[in-house]
Design a protein around this ligand. Structure first.
Ligand code: IPM
Ligand code: MN
Length: 346
């Protein structure tokens, strides 16, 4: 496994995740953990003028799994840091599925009065859509300045993500909502809807519907338990998964799996949260998102039982009252990590 701690609290939370994986490996003789760490990120950028070496992608290609903390620091513009590290990895490794499960863990308090057992997964398109570098600016620094950025929706890209959404729903409660906005965005979104409807025909056992992303956002706050799987474009998936993470208690818990389902390239696992410069270096970050991401990573690596054991230990730890500040407790990263490791040992 390649490990990129990245910026801010990133290195702190992946360190916690690695220790938990090492502890879990004690109970899984088939699991031969080996971490190779890369010191890439904004500090590296300030020294070398790039976020990772020129051959960084080639270096990572040989791994099956990548484990990432967070990218972004105030001294480097976000579009420079992200387009220099995380986004090229997602693209070059064709990690077209960004899977973002959100579940209300025992012992976590949702900001909602009645979350009613929320358990929803967002399937986000991860390589095209609104996140494109196609476009440009002309008449720079004049009153006539124009900025154009094209959204890219390919039939192949929409088909494969929508199909993944149906498969995911089929393996869960069989409910799929496609996030659209074809009432306002009149070219790409009707295209998305058309393909969604076509593919729905292949999955009669899945109850599928399309919902405009704005109404869907509101619905997720009002009744998140009514959802099972949501599939959406890169931007909609980003926004909606932040809502599902927030209503399930804290952004600090939710994980994110960037998958190349065919296994041609490595997949990348990370917490949903960012680098949190305001609390970086204090040792108080919530390691839960990175720990849950580690659980997903081990499942991907062919160790589902060990992954599930990690998630169970995390949930039991939180339920037993060890919680970081963002969850209303006073545990620091170290205390939380140790508590999860202790539980794994039981
Ligand atoms: C995420 C993040 C990234 C994204 C940013 C940092 C570019 O918000 O992983 O959700 O939008 O994909
Ligand atoms: Mn995001």
């Amino acid at each position: 496994m390649a490990v990129i701690g990245g910026d801010g609290i990133g290195p702190e939370v992946v360190r916690a995740g690695m220790r938990v994986m090492e502890a879990a490996a004690g109970g899984d003789p088939d699991l031969d953990l080996h971490f190779t760490e890369f010191p890439w990120g904004c500090e590296y950028y300030l020294e070398h003028g790039r976020m990772m070496p020129d051959d960084g992608i080639d270096t990572l290609r040989d791994f099956d799994e990548l484990y990432l903390g967070a990218v972004g620091w105030p001294t480097v513009p976000d579009h420079v840091s992200l387009w220099g590290l995380l986004l090229p990895i997602r693209r070059r490794f064709d990690q077209y599925v960004n899977l973002r499960p959100a579940r209300l863990l025992r012992g976590v308090k949702s900001p909602l009065a009645e979350p009613n057992g929320l358990d929803v997964t967002v399937v986000r398109e991860n390589t095209e859509g609104e996140y494109s570098d196609s476009g440009g600016r002309i008449y720079k620094n004049t009153p006539h300045e124009i900025a154009v950025q094209e959204s890219i929706f390919t039939r192949r890209g929409v088909e494969r993500i929508v199909r993944y959404g149906f498969e995911e729903a089929g393996s869960r409660r069989g409910l799929l909502v496609g996030a659209t906005k074809s009432n306002g965005i009149s070219i790409t979104m009707p295209f998305f809807d058309e393909i969604f409807t076509e593919i729905a025909g292949e999955y009669p056992e899945v109850e599928a519907s399309l919902m405009h992303a704005d109404a869907l956002a509101a619905r997720l706050v009002l009744d998140p338990a009514g959802f099972d799987v949501i599939v959406g474009s890169n931007l909609f998936g980003d926004l909606l998964s932040e809502i599902t993470a927030a209503v399930s208690g804290a952004i600090g818990i939710a994980p994110s799996a960037n998958l190349n389902p065919e296994g041609t390239f490595p997949s990348l696992f990370e917490p949903i949260h960012g680098s949190a410069p305001d609390i970086a270096g204090q040792g108080v970050a919530n390691p839960s998102g990175a720990i849950w991401a580690a659980a997903l990573m081990l499942e991907h690596a062919g160790h589902p039982k060990t992954g599930q054991a990690i998630l169970a230990a995390l949930e039991d730890t939180i339920d037993a009252g060890t919680r970081t500040r963002d969850l209303g407790g006073d545990a620091d990263t170290e205390t939380m990590t140790k508590a999860v490791i202790d539980r794994l040992g039981r």
